[in-house]
Design a protein around this ligand. Structure first.
Ligand SMILES: O=C(O)CCC(=O)C(=O)O
Length: 318
């Protein structure tokens, strides 16, 4: 087990080297390489197998630097896009050959502060329906963590209902958990059980952090450092996941005009059945990332079902 200091030194060293490697990366031929070349590289994520060797360097940077597909973007200006410029959002369809019934999938980087991306059509309709039907009979009023005692308490800041589904509970859940591990490069054993959430009209979760500020909740598995939030339903109006402290021009997202007033209070993601939002609560230097503040806007019309997977820095024992 490495000490905290060793981890930080290792990560910083790795970051310096990999930034250099990244900037000097030769062009990788894409399927439709445009004729005009520019100096702009946009990383896309790699859809690969899970990892067997676990290391902090891997946690923090594999999703960025394991970027096995570099999109070679055509641009007339040739200007480099800034890291936190959300106008750099790109879509790229990536084919899968594992025979499942999900539609086109692609990963869209939506923010660098916090680091966040959407994996479109991550879950199939059948998987969403399975999670809802398993959970529906057992939903309970959601709680929040009391930072003094570490215990779950009822609160007006979180008015949804929810239920935890044990890790590895059935084959469908095991498949989803394996897919999350592949997407995030975080082993299945570092994940808490899935938490299925339901928000009816007017229900919400005010902005909060997923990381803990008490010592009780970090005893098993350490700090939460990444979250995958999956949307199990569309929502007619409202219900966005909003990042009020995200850096960048929030109104440049293509879906800006479809957002509720609450959704316009930050960088927002509109729930769409099957999509998965990944964001990181810790920065590459292993410190907590306050820009990961996020909340669920009140549902205005419809019913919102979502499902959260929180991941810890160490193995989370169940
Ligand atoms: O459902 C959402 O959009 C957000 C949920 C959330 O922030 C949480 O459960 O921590």
């Amino acid at each position: 087990m490495r000490t905290d200091k060793e981890l930080r030194v290792g990560i910083k060293d790795w970051w310096t080297k990999s930034k250099y490697a990244y900037l000097n990366q030769p062009a990788i031929e894409s399927m439709d390489t445009p004729k005009r070349q520019t100096t702009t590289y946009i990383p896309n994520f790699y859809f690969g197998n899970g990892i067997s060797v676990w290391d902090w360097n891997t946690i923090a940077f594999q999703p960025m630097l394991g970027a096995l597909r570099i999109l070679w973007i055509s641009s007339s200006s040739g200007d480099s896009l800034k890291a936190n410029d959300i106008s750099s959002i790109v879509h790229k369809t990536v084919g899968r050959s594992d025979g499942d019934d999900r539609r086109d999938q692609w990963v869209e980087v939506i923010s660098w502060e916090p680091r966040a991306s959407i994996y479109h059509n991550f879950l199939s309709k059948e998987e969403c329906e399975h999670l809802i039907s398993l959970s529906k009979p057992h939903m309970q009023k959601s709680a929040v963590v009391d930072s003094k005692t570490g215990k779950g308490i009822d609160s007006r800041v979180r008015t949804s209902s929810g239920i935890f589904l044990a890790r590895g509970r059935d084959k469908i859940i095991r498949n989803i958990e394996k897919r999350i591990a592949d997407f995030t490069f975080i082993p299945v054993e570092h994940g808490e059980g899935l938490q299925v959430l339901r928000y009816e009209v007017g229900q919400k979760y005010d902005p909060h952090f997923d990381y803990f500020s008490d010592e009780f909740n970090t005893k098993n598995g350490g700090q939460r450092f990444a979250t995958v939030l999956m949307y199990l339903s569309d929502v007619e109006e409202g219900g966005e996941t909003v990042f009020p402290s995200a850096k960048g021009n929030h109104s440049s997202v293509p879906w800006w005009n479809e957002l509720s007033e609450c959704g316009k209070g930050g960088l927002s993601v509109k729930p769409k059945m099957g999509d998965a939002l990944l964001f990181w609560s810790m920065k590459p230097d292993a410190t907590l990332d306050p820009s990961s503040l996020h909340g669920a806007c009140p549902v205005i019309k419809g019913d919102k079902w979502s499902c959260a997977k929180w991941m810890r820095v160490n193995e989370y024992k169940v």
